[in-house]
Design a protein around this ligand. Structure first.
Ligand code: DX5
Ligand code: ZN
Length: 217
């Protein structure tokens, strides 16, 4: 079973509750929630107020992607706001192992995200500890960017690393996902596809989710 996680960053915040409801009623599996601080990435998205609206209205797991410095300061806060999976970036975690342990001890799934320039080999000593690896297929900070083709070979290397280490980590691909690359990503071993613009900027987001879900399953 491969999962589709619509990125709420691309939805219409003027009607957030109905956008959440659309995802509730669709074939989507998770809500992907992009939190940006304007420091780690050159954009600020949203924080607690939006997260609480999601917590109160979403009926599917909340997959929170923290694009912020010092994410360890906020693990408990996001747990309290309903995060099921909490993903932090390898590039900003000085004590990644400790942060991953903390996320898990709070009762969440722990994810680690790597930027397009970060090699898969950087995950070698942490892969057995994490529940999810988020492979960034765009540079984090904005929705609507083009998929970076090098992600395919990184995905194959990551799949090999997971097999070699007998890790249970799921692979999530984040950025520029469309029906054009979804099949290939799944074939190469992706478990979760995040899609923002492709879903919410389409004429019928629910149908688009349906299409993606059919392609990957
Ligand atoms: C990028 C975010 C992504 C993004 C995906 O920084 O982490 O989740 O919103 O959006 P699309 O699918 O539009 O690339
Ligand atoms: Zn994301």
């Amino acid at each position: 079973m491969n999962l589709i996680a619509p990125s709420m960053l691309a939805c219409d915040f003027g009607k957030l509750v109905s956008e959440i409801d659309l995802v509730n009623k669709s074939k989507a599996d998770w809500f992907h929630i992009d939190v940006m601080d304007g420091v780690f990435v050159p954009n600020i998205s949203f924080g607690s107020p939006i997260m609480k609206v999601l917590q109160n209205n979403a009926k599917k797991p909340l997959d929170v992607h923290l694009m912020i410095v010092e994410p360890e300061k906020y693990t408990k806060k996001f747990f309290d706001m309903g995060a099921d999976t909490l993903t932090v970036h390898i590039e900003v975690c000085k004590h990644l192992h400790r942060t991953i342990q903390e996320i898990k001890s709070l009762g969440m799934k722990a994810g680690v995200a790597i930027n397009p320039h970060t090699p898969v080999s950087a995950l070698t000593s942490i892969i057995s500890e994490v529940d999810l690896v988020c492979l960034m297929s765009v540079n984090p900070g904005f929705g609507g960017q083009s998929f970076i083709e090098n992600t395919f070979s990184k995905l194959s290397r990551l799949k090999d690393l997971i097999k070699q280490t007998k890790s249970n980590a799921l692979i999530e691909i984040d950025g520029g996902v469309t029906s054009k690359n979804a099949k290939k990503l799944t074939k190469l071993g992706a478990d979760i596809l995040v899609a923002g613009s492709y879903i919410f900027k389409s004429k019928n987001p629910s149908n688009t989710i349906d299409t993606l879900s059919t392609i990957v399953n």
